[in-house]
Structure formats: C-alpha cells, structure tokens
Design a protein around this ligand. Structure first.
Ligand code: CO
Ligand code: CO
Ligand code: CO
Length: 318
C-alpha cells in the first residue's frame, strides 16, 4: 500500500497495529477496522457471536469505544443455508447489543463458502490511545485469554472434538475484550503497549509490538494459559495451516529454549480467533491490573513474560 503522510492519520498500516486511527478534532479520533472469516464452529449462532466479538476486538485493542458497525456477508444462495445466515446475523446482533454497538448496514455477496464479519467504527481520545509501539524494557507482558482456539477448531473440523468439547473455547471467543480495555484505560500511562491476539498467534502479535517499539521479549512458555486439550491435540499433529505458517515465520525471530516441547512451540504460534488483549505494562502496576481485570472483565490476566532491551524484534522463549 502507498505510504501515508498526513497529520490527521495517527495510526495506519505501517506499524501493523489493530485498527486505523484518524483524528477529526483535537480531542477526538475515529478508529476503524474490518474482519471477516469462514465458520470455525458448526453452530451458526455461535459463529455470529464469535465473528462480532472478533471484529470489535481490534477497537478495544486500540483503547477505542465502539460506536457502530456494518455487516459483511458472503453466503451461498441455497435456501437451507439462508436459514443459517439468519442465525449467524442474530448472533452478531446479540454481541453488538451487548457491546452497545449499533449495526447500521452492510453488504452481502453470493459465495459458495460462507463468511461473516464486520466493519467496526469507534472513537478514542488521541492522547489515550492504546497502540503497539510503546513497550519498554522491564514491562510485564500480560495476556487476558487462554490460547488454543485454532487447534481446537481444527480438532472439531476433523471430528476429534464434539461441540460440547468446544464450549470453553466458544465462551472465551464470544467474550468481548471491552472489560479488559476498560481495565487497561483505568491504568492510564502504566499501559505502554497493547494489541489483541488473533491470526498471527501469541508470538506473531507480540513480535509486531516488539518491532513497533524497538525492543525484545522473553516469554515464559510455562506461564501461558492454554485451553483444555489444546496441548494434547497439538502433540497429535492437529494443527491448522495458518498455525504452521506462523511457526515457520516465528523461527526467523524466536530462540526456543531446549525445555520448550514441540507442541508448546506450536501453541505459542497458534492462529487465534477473538483472542485476548496482550498488554505491556509497568511492572509496578501488575497487581492493580489484575484487580481491574477481575472487576471489569470477570477474568484475570496471566503474566507471561517480560519486555527486554533487545535484540529488537526477537522473542526468547524459555
Ligand atoms: Co488485532
Ligand atoms: Co481487524
Ligand atoms: Co454495497
């Protein structure tokens, strides 16, 4: 894409951040993102909820409060599948209502492979944005949801899991990152960087933070929260294509400790859907963040590593 040089543009694609940020007044910025994908669970209503929570997540990761959204739909014309589209849109609408987001329109096309998602628009104060470029050496790295949704969804696709086995993962994927964002904003300047964990996996999104911030990181693999059965499935080779590609890419900037087993390495690269926030915070604020997370999101946070002085962009996994 062409490089942007415009004072109104506070964040664009150059820093691989979660959403675009466009300043419209000294104290107001519009924040916009788009996300859509194919079903990862069999239940159409759950898919709609997951897709909406995932689309809104990029606003929360920027510290933006969502205003409205537009539906994006690609769907087969077959009448029996159109009923499932109704369920999907109902799921999206329910999550939007929970988030206080108005769905004002959208666009649909005929497509043999169903896809659903949203364009989401929010606003933030330009001085209180959460970006991926402020991580400092010594910061603690905190994650707000467990890892493994890509591997579990692949297990479901291969009939190794039932829908009931997916319930825990669906619970996390449909949980809005709104509470985690409110907790982060409550900490003010103690949050130095923020992103959400989605398709590039934990290590891939951490790497974007490190690149944008010019720092390195040490991850403690044993402290990364995992969904039940994720490690067992990864050990058995139940791995989505995107996760394999993430891992190949990660090998270029990651040093793996000898004690980190193969399945764990895969999990740290697992492509997530609607994952948690990844926050780099002043170490003195760890307890306070945990308390705010518990109060505002109903779930705590997991401290999974620490930001280091470098080498920049390199993740050391122990
Ligand atoms: Co994101
Ligand atoms: Co997005
Ligand atoms: Co149109």
């Amino acid at each position: 894409m062409p490089a942007i040089n415009d004072p109104r543009v506070l964040v664009d694609a150059a820093t691989q951040d979660d959403a675009a940020v466009f300043q419209v007044a000294p104290d107001r910025a519009l924040v916009a993102t788009v996300d859509f994908f194919s079903p990862i669970v069999d239940d159409a209503y759950a898919f709609g909820r997951i897709a909406a929570a995932n689309a809104l997540s990029d606003l929360y990761a920027m510290g933006a409060r969502p205003l409205f959204a537009l539906n994006l739909v690609a769907w087969p014309r077959a009448p029996e599948l159109l009923a499932l589209l109704g369920e999907t849109l109902r799921g999206g609408a329910d999550v939007a209502r929970e988030a206080g987001v108005l769905i004002l329109g959208g666009h649909s096309i005929d497509d043999p492979e169903p896809k659903y998602g949203m364009v989401a628009v929010g606003e933030a104060h330009p001085d209180h944005l959460l970006t991926n470029r402020g991580a400092k050496p010594g910061d603690l790295i905190v994650l707000t949801k467990p890892i493994g949704t890509g591997i579990l969804a692949t297990g479901l696709k291969r009939d190794l899991l039932t829908e009931a086995d997916m319930a825990e993962a669906v619970g996390w994927m449909t949980m809005l990152n709104a509470g985690a964002m409110e907790a982060a904003l409550e900490l003010g300047g103690a949050v130095h960087a923020c992103t959400d964990v989605t398709g590039f996996g934990l290590i891939g999104h951490l790497r974007n933070v490190l690149d944008a911030s010019g720092v390195g990181a040490r991850l403690d693999a044993g402290k990364v929260p995992l969904l039940a059965r994720a490690h067992e499935l990864a050990s058995g080779g139940v791995i989505p294509g995107g996760t394999n590609r993430n891992r190949e890419a990660a090998n270029g900037y990651t040093t793996w400790g000898a004690g980190v087993d193969d399945a764990t390495r895969t999990l740290l690269c697992d492509a997530q859907t609607s994952g948690g926030l990844l926050l780099c915070i002043d170490p003195e604020s760890e307890v306070r963040l945990d308390r705010e997370l518990a109060a505002r999101s109903g779930a705590g946070g997991w401290t999974v590593g620490v930001v280091t002085g470098g080498p920049a962009g390199v993740v050391e996994v122990t």
